[in-house]
Design a protein around this ligand. Sequence first.
Ligand SMILES: Cc1ncc(C[n+]2csc(CCOP(=O)(O)OP(=O)(O)O)c2C)c(N)n1
Ligand SMILES: [Mg+2]
Length: 680
Amino acid sequence: MAGPVELSGENPALAEQARILARPMTLERRMANAIRALAIDAVEAARSGHPGMPMGMADLATVLWGKVLKFDAADPRWPDRDRFVLSNGHGSMLLYALLHLTGQPGMTMDDIRRFRQWHSPCAGHPEFGEAPGIETTTGPLGQGLATAVGMALAERLLAARFGRSLVDHRTWVFAGDGCLMEGVSHEAAGLAGRLGLNKLTVIFDDNSISIDGDTHLSCADDHLKRFAAHGWAVKKVDGHDPAAIAGALAFALRSRKPTLIAARTIIGLGAPTKAGTAATHGSPLGAAEAAGAKQALGWDAPAFSIPEDVAQAWRAAGARGAAARRAWLKRLAKHPQRGEFERAMAGKLPEAYHEAMATLRAEIAASKPKMATRQSSQKVLEAVVPAVPELVGGSADLTGSNLTLVKGMGVVAPGSFAGRYIHYGVREHGMAAAMNGMALHGGVIPYGGTFFCFTDYMRPSLRLAALMRQRVIHVLTHDSIGLGEDGPTHQPVEHLAAMRAMPNVAVFRPADTLETAECWDLALRRTDGPSLLVLTRQGLPALRTDAGENRSARGGYVLAEAEGARAATLIATGSEVEIAMAARAALSRDGLDVAVVSLPCWEIFAEQDEAYRALVLGSAPRVGIEAACGFGWERWLGPDGVFIGMPGFGASAPAEVLYKEFGITAEAAVAAVKKLLGRA
Ligand SMILES: Cc1ncc(C[n+]2csc(CCOP(=O)(O)OP(=O)(O)O)c2C)c(N)n1
Ligand SMILES: [Mg+2]
């Protein structure tokens, strides 16, 4: 709720505010005041929200959207539009006001009246998919900035592939103190600086205020020096002076580096007593302060209404890019790569992909390779990367471990964007955010690698990918104690459960090379959410030789049926399917017929019809085997099932020793079955 309200005499921002408000009242200032008024009204009506940021950044938004940003309100999804990312997403009313005022579809005044209410596209924080002009979901601070790096990178990659006549746009970010304090801003800025993404501009709302009060309570960073050190061009500007703002944006347009513009603003500009204080950050101004703000701004229109001349000026801004879009459509119509461009932007896999995948699966079935599933994944990439030109790979400095690089991909470097492989550096969080940005941009399908354990370092970006249902593919190797000697810091035990708990994510843990190809196939075809490929460091035998049907497509299946009536069902994933098969053979020697179920993707299996699941799981006693914590396994094992897995963290030792010491063995599975059947 509201922080302490400063009395006018004690609030140093008020003198500065008075000087700003005394400037001549131009149409451009009234356009900015329209944003302020809508933010005030919507937050008052909702009795919640963040008026301070839109009031502070309205002048910046008016110059950017009114003069510079390339867009056509008539088609918010025009592929060659500039991308605008509101990284300080709490100021969502700024974006909703801009979308409404410029006349974009899906953002009516009634929607704004219903800010933060059930079914309104004007959610508390901007949500991708709620209106076509919302480029990405923001709110977790720093994410928008890091996502924008991926958008700017995708633009460079596509420009290299299709040429400037089809792809030539910029990425603009509004970010606050919070975004720059977040660690991910360092990763994002470092990557953008290194790659020289000069068409990326961050406009930093330099208001020295965050929720607890003055930012100097916690942060004395020199953001300009920091970004300069990251390889950015930097500039300071008065965020309430339209001419100076236009000058700074022109500087960004000319820059050969990514640009940070630190725009000095007063949070809540216009509020008679609260301006410049944290009190305007995240609560309604209150009736008296709201009325006082409108008076100070010279705004006398009724709530939720815009004077006609101001409305007209904003609609004209919305139509500014119409001619550019028409010219672009003409160029597209004649472009020799039109079909490929449209296919890639639509996210449709090429015909050549389906052929390459079918050939690969047949070849694997015939050759029965014994290898780690991370190597199986490399085999898949070797086959599909040449067939799918929009696949863009990378790794967070673990290329040789994740096996994500395929010969001939070419490495992306400053000024050289024809390659398709990105060395993200040791920046898991930034990598995952950039991958989200690439997927949101469209035209590329990003995959990236790290150790499965370090999904912890990218979880906030994974969560947004899931929330936004983006096709990003994570190659997560070294998936259990099977990695051995590196020890418990590197051995995931709770990560499968944690990732399976996240909505909209598909977690694939294949058991051999054929299953790995099947899971990759499912991940590539899956357009409505992120896919995680959880892969081993250690070698595994080939368990399957039937390439006909993609059996992983049902999430789980009976890999080996019991020879007679099922006495028990062993259920396993990934490397533990081999153990289940060994246990089945041993039990068979003892006259016990058991089935083995491979469950590479729980999420897909859970979506199958009841009858199929019942058929697979059977009614005999069940034993689950997975080299991880058992959290969640009761879902498949029922109250009477037995789980064989990790009791807690792992340890540093050779993998075989760890499996034996932690009791994840065929012998343990045999004993568990016998005990369940009363044969112990
Ligand atoms: C990752 C993350 N942590 C915390 C928050 C909660 N939060 C929202 S806004 C904010 C302060 C942001 O300060 P600033 O960016 O300067 O915004 P301003 O008050 O200037 O609008 C915080 C801590 C959040 N949204 N995301
Ligand atoms: Mg701030």
